[in-house]
Design a protein. Structure first.
Length: 256
């Protein structure tokens, strides 16, 4: 693997060629491990001015590669961006939204390891990327994940629920403790969840309460194919919910 100072000093065209070369190596079993390590280091230590170039290369390979290992590696590098380049990623106009939409699209991938990588990456995005308030990140993640759980595809449903589980379990979850405190106070009442638990301004607390309500409703739907994944998400929520009101609400009828 090259020294990071070597690629940091490259002109953008040279850097692009090097990134594409490493991405191409992902399709070869003999070189995919070293290529993955190199790409991880390149993303981790990238200069802010080179992030658009790196993102473009990742989007291109992720979209067109027939090799599952290459698609998985591209998705995982979005997680690396969240872990090590969060501020720069948030500062790039439209970058975070495109990353989220790209990863959500891959939740439907035919390969289970790619779907698992997507779920992991969504958790990393929620945990690390600041946008002034956690509600902003949560809003970007919530809508496409909820749409995915509504599709008539068991694998896609399961991947979306696994992503939600990752978001819940990784600190800092989006105001999870505050949302559960409100949930306890209301006793898990349906009307409190439907109204967002009284959260002001549609913040992360309110959004999470609406998610809890959605999960409660999903559990009783005949169209839910990924019931086991939903049960695992419920278990994760139960570990966070020391008061027990959220988990107890699963046992109550949900109307409407």
């Amino acid at each position: 693997m090259r020294e990071r100072t070597e690629w940091q000093s490259l002109e953008q065209q040279e850097l692009k060629q090097l990134v594409l070369l490493e991405l191409a190596k992902l399709s070869d079993r003999d070189t995919q491990r070293s290529a993955g390590e190199t790409l991880h280091s390149m993303v981790e230590h990238a200069q802010a001015r080179n992030l658009p170039l790196l993102l473009t290369c990742l989007y291109t390979t992720e979209s067109h590669s027939p090799k599952a290992c290459a698609r998985r590696e591209c998705v995982l590098r979005f997680a690396t961006l969240a872990q090590h380049q969060a501020d720069h990623l948030a500062a790039q106009p439209g970058a975070l939204g495109k990353v989220v939409s790209t990863v959500c699209r891959r939740l439907r991938d035919s390969d289970s390891k790619v779907r698992e990588a997507c779920a992991y990456t969504m958790g990393q995005l929620a945990a690390h990327v600041p946008l002034g308030s956690s509600a902003s990140v949560w809003q970007l993640l919530r809508k496409p994940l909820m749409e995915q759980t509504s599709e008539q595809n068991g694998e896609g449903q399961g991947a979306a629920l696994l992503a939600l589980q990752q978001i819940l379990v990784l600190p800092p979850a989006p105001s999870l403790s505050a949302a559960l405190a409100s949930f306890h106070k209301s006793g898990g009442a349906h009307h409190s969840l439907a109204e967002g638990g009284g959260g002001a301004g549609g913040g992360s607390k309110s959004l999470l309460l609406r998610l809890l309500h959605r999960l409660l409703r999903m559990y009783r739907l005949s169209t839910l194919h990924a019931r086991a994944a939903l049960v695992r998400a419920r278990g994760t929520l139960g570990q966070k919910d020391r008061g027990g009101a959220a988990v107890a609400a699963w046992r109550r009828p949900v109307v409407g």
